[in-house]
Design a protein. Structure first.
Lengths: 135, 66
């Protein structure tokens, strides 16, 4: 069986784990928001509840790392690593710039929730750029 | 790195896809190596040498030694 063109069973397992983590993510976000807005959670419970949405993100990051580590095709691993590096680098630059603009130029505050979204947007762009380089 | 992959492949009438299948890599990998845009790892270079029944040095041209 092939899933999104992934032939290796170990890689397929990590990809499924990534998908499961990302499917859980919105539910954990809703649970955290509901906990604070509807149940008015405060005190010691507020920390684990606030960190709840970060758990699937951590699982997703671990799954991506394992997926890349199990890539047997040198070239495909090269493309994946450079795409992720491009995504991480661009996200770091943009969010750092935005932080300084917030501090000194009164830019609107950016919720850190967007960092994950921005990272994947840049990783997608980097993937296309890296692929085009080897076409 | 320049190489003779295209010639070796043509001698056997293999497409890039055929070679990729024999090496258990993607067709894009074969294309990137063949066009000299990507250098294979040592295990893959050995695999290529075994497949073409030759040596790594006779497939890949070390331009720094030329």
């Amino acid at each position: 069986m092939q899933l999104c063109g992934i032939k290796d069973p170990t890689q397929r397992r990590w990809f499924i784990r990534y998908m499961v983590a990302m499917a859980i993510y919105p539910f954990f976000c809703i649970a955290a928001v509901a906990g604070f807005l509807l149940l008015h959670v405060h005190g010691a419970l507020s920390w684990p509840l606030a960190l709840l949405p970060a758990l699937p993100i951590a699982a997703a990051v671990y799954s991506i790392g394992s997926f890349v580590a199990h890539e047997k095709d040198d070239f495909q691993r090269h493309v994946q690593v450079w795409s992720l590096l491009g995504g991480m680098g661009a996200t770091l630059v943009l969010t750092t710039m935005w932080g300084f603009l917030e501090n000194y130029a009164h830019f609107q505050h950016m919720d850190l929730f967007w960092v994950w979204v921005i990272f994947w947007a840049f990783t997608g762009i980097a993937f296309l750029v890296v692929k085009a380089r080897y076409r | 790195m320049k190489n003779r992959l295209k010639v070796l492949r043509a001698e056997r009438d293999w497409s890039q896809g055929d070679l990729a299948g024999r090496l258990e890599v993607s067709r894009q990998s074969v294309n990137a190596i063949e066009t000299g845009k990507f250098d294979p790892s040592l295990p893959l270079a050995f695999k290529l040498a075994r497949l073409f029944e030759t040596t790594i040095e006779s497939i890949f041209i070390d331009e720094s030694q030329a």
